[in-house]
Ligand binder design. Structure first.
Ligand SMILES: [Zn+2]
Length: 197
């Protein structure tokens, strides 16, 4: 038994070093052979591939259940970002504002010109966290620092900018629950075998 375990560890170690071990193949092998420590990192790597670049081969290696979880998460994230881009957060005017009226205009304009563009960018949009960082660091044209701070703090507090991360983590949790522990991985595989029988 010890020798079998050693052989298994050796095989896993050697396979890990292969340049042709893609995330999709690693995920597939991890699920099929209960190499549970491969499942989560491989799935995280797959989630980071732009959805349009998920080839038929990748989808095939993932299997229908995991591919469904991945595609649902991507759809939820895209929908969320579109809605967030389209509806600027309601501007707050600080009681310490020294440019009444103009700061709220500046906020809405910054949203359309800056935030929305990053949220909707087809290839290299910023993440919500990066956008929050940007809003904190830049000096929004035409806006006083009191208003800027209160508006950015409000957006941060609502959690909308980190919602996409929650969808991402939710998908990872579902995968880990189905394949990520040695027992559950076996149970999932057995269930599939039973279905096929
Ligand atoms: Zn102001």
């Amino acid at each position: 038994m010890l020798e079998i375990d050693d052989g298994r560890t050796y095989a896993i170690d050697q396979l890990s070093k292969r340049a042709d071990l893609t995330s999709a193949l690693q995920f597939h092998l991890g699920c099929a052979h209960h190499v549970t420590e491969w499942v989560e990192p491989a799935f995280r790597a797959l989630m980071k591939i732009p959805f349009k670049d998920i080839s038929r081969e990748i989808a095939h290696l993932m299997g229908p259940d995991a591919f469904y979880i991945l595609s649902q998460a991507h759809t939820a994230i895209r929908d969320h970002l579109n809605i967030l881009a389209f509806y600027p957060s309601d501007p707050i005017e600080s009681v310490r504002c020294f440019r009444p009226g103009r700061c709220t205009e500046a906020w809405v304009s910054q949203w359309w010109q800056g935030v929305a563009k990053h949220l909707l960018h087809p290839d290299s949009g910023k993440s919500g966290r990066e956008i929050l960082g940007m809003l904190e660091e830049v000096s929004i044209p035409g806006m006083c620092r009191n208003c800027q701070k209160e508006n950015v703090d409000w957006v941060k507090q609502t959690g909308v900018m980190t919602k996409a991360d929650e969808y991402f983590e939710g998908a990872v949790e579902q995968i880990v629950a189905a394949y990520g522990s040695r027992d559950k991985g076996k149970a999932a595989a057995t269930a599939v075998e039973d279905d096929e029988a």
